[in-house]
Write a protein that binds this ligand. Structure first.
Ligand code: PEP
Length: 249
């Protein structure tokens, strides 16, 4: 049984005081206990969220990491640094990082390894452009991204991973994949994971959909066999919407 996961991705939003206020408000809301809730926040917000959520099941995630352990990498944050803080999830390979910051499949693979070695769980993002979907290249593109990200990751760790299918054309655009298309891609990712490992790993890996998910659409999405949750940007910035997303999952 895969526990559903609703992971918020705040992107570059929320000052420390705003993050603290969000946490206080969320703690006043009753979250659906059958669903795992996670908030992936800017680095500076992580300590306040970890402190506020310490007696709850709400997990805190980072949105990025550098794959080296320490050293002369000005401006970067390592996996051991995040682990010591109490971070649970780390997003690796969000399309904004791939597109705006030039992250390659190889960087994302190194990040996944660093996160796993530090004892955290990567949320590995994959997804196609609109042109790739129009040309019918989306399934192969995503399968190749999955294979590259998981290169060298052992089966023992792979089953605990989270993979987020996020079609680039659906992120922050208000244009979501249909629940059937999202499910078809999540199923195809699971098949790829089975080919790379075995059925046990494929059955336990959690595969999320991301791309303009809203409280009104989450229930339909979650009714699909291979969608185990959602990675949510815009709709995760307000506590009431976030609570509704967790309730609908
Ligand atoms: C995201 O940032 O991963 C995302 C899916 O954003 P949005 O929900 O705003 O499309």
């Amino acid at each position: 049984m895969r526990t559903p996961l609703i992971a918020g991705n705040w992107k570059m939003n929320m000052t420390v005081s705003e993050a603290g206020a969000f946490a206080d408000e969320l703690l006043n809301n009753k979250l659906n206990q059958g669903v795992e809730a996670a908030v992936c926040a800017p680095f500076i917000d992580l300590p306040v969220l970890i402190e506020k959520f310490k007696d709850t099941d709400i997990k805190v995630g980072a949105q990025n990491v550098y794959y080296e352990q320490s050293g002369a990498f000005t401006g970067e944050i390592s996996a051991p640094m995040l682990k010591e803080l109490g971070v649970h999830y780390v997003i690796a390979g969000h399309s904004e990082r791939r597109e705006l910051f030039g992250e390659s499949d190889s960087d994302i693979n190194k990040k996944a390894h660093a996160v796993i070695e530090a004892g955290m769980v990567p949320i590995i993002c994959v997804g196609e452009t609109e042109a790739e979907r129009d040309n019918g290249e989306h399934t192969e593109k995503v399968a190749n991204q999955v294979k590259a990200a998981l290169q060298g990751v052992k089966a023992e760790a792979a089953g605990d991973l989270v993979i987020a299918y996020e079609p680039i054309w659906a992120i922050g655009t208000g244009k979501s994949a249909t629940s059937d298309d999202a499910n078809a891609m999540c199923k195809s990712i699971r098949t790829k994971v089975e080919k790379l490992y075995d059925k046990g790993v494929a059955d336990s890996v959690r595969i999320l959909y991301g791309g303009s998910v809203k409280p009104a659409t989450v229930e339909e999405l979650m009714s699909k066999s291979d969608v185990d949750g959602a990675l949510v940007g815009g709709a995760a910035l307000k506590t009431d919407d976030y609570t509704a997303l967790v309730a609908g999952a």
